[in-house]
Design a protein around this ligand. Structure first.
Ligand SMILES: O=P(O)(O)O[C@H]1O[C@H](CO)[C@@H](O)[C@H]1O
Ligand SMILES: O=c1cc[nH]c(=O)[nH]1
Length: 236
């Protein structure tokens, strides 16, 4: 039992899928895992452990933004022994060749969050990067499913409503999408020595009008979920 997770040691698998939306966690557990047990409901941040193709896998809702996600990651790693965390999130598409519902892999994550500066001081601009073993596995597992993900820099914004930011400039510098957690996930992966990857589905376009509904973001991002589950068990 930890402050925000009402489970016991051993209740979580060593690999956890981490959506922001707790209802996406429920959807994944109910539709993709077998022998499922609910392991957390504190604050309705639902967590489940089950099996996928014979391997134990957990899924845990992290809430929105780096501060909320960091609480769950710290507790999963320090109290429950988690070794691999794969974020399965939604994001806004920013590159011209990125379309609604595309799957993106965050090879790195630029951020305006203070977490990197607060870790290293003002003079160091740390580059939070994905675990390459997971990134490589995700790319190849996606291709086996007939999906070619776009790979690149994801802007992890501290604010969902951030109209002061020059998103066009970030896109001009190669940022392919935006969400609110990846840089924090990768920073914590480096700090706490677990393997980290963000796999994202484009839920809306930053420079266009198209977008998915809340129910679609909860229940229809199956390509991303299949890729993340096959990545979780790759090489096992
Ligand atoms: O769909 P999730 O995983 O929550 O991710 C994205 O959606 C939320 C904002 O709507 C933020 O958490 C952002 O990162
Ligand atoms: O954080 C997010 C998530 C989806 N779309 C966005 O524009 N931002």
């Amino acid at each position: 039992m930890s402050t925000h997770i009402g489970a016991e040691m051993g209740d979580y698998a060593d690999t956890v899928l981490l959506p922001g939306d707790p209802l996406r966690a429920k959807y994944i557990a109910e539709n993709f895992l077998t022998n499922v047990k609910q392991v957390n409901s504190v604050r309705n941040a639902f967590g489940y452990t089950g099996e996928y193709k014979g391997h134990r896998i957990s899924v845990q809702g992290s809430g929105m933004g780096i501060p909320s996600m960091s609480i769950y990651i710290n507790e999963l790693v320090k109290f429950f022994g988690v070794k691999t965390i794969i974020r399965v999130g939604s994001c806004g598409g920013m590159a011209p060749d990125v379309h609604l519902r595309d799957v993106l892999l965050a090879s790195g994550s630029t951020t305006d969050s203070a977490v990197t500066a607060n870790t290293f001081g003002a003079g160091i601009h740390y580059a939070p990067l994905a675990n390459f073993e997971l990134l490589d596995a995700a790319y190849h597992e996606a291709q086996k499913l007939g999906i070619t993900p776009k790979v690149g820099d994801i802007f992890a914004a501290d604010r969902f409503y951030n109209d002061e930011l020059d998103m066009k400039k970030l896109a001009d510098y190669g940022v392919i999408g935006t969400e609110m957690e990846s840089a924090g996930l990768y920073l914590l992966g480096a700090k706490l020595h677990f393997r980290a990857l963000s796999i994202l589905t484009v839920s809306d376009l930053i420079f266009g009008e198209e977008k998915t509904t809340a129910e679609e973001r909860e229940k229809t991002f199956n390509d991303m979920i299949n890729i993340s589950l096959d990545t979780a068990i790759a090489g096992k």
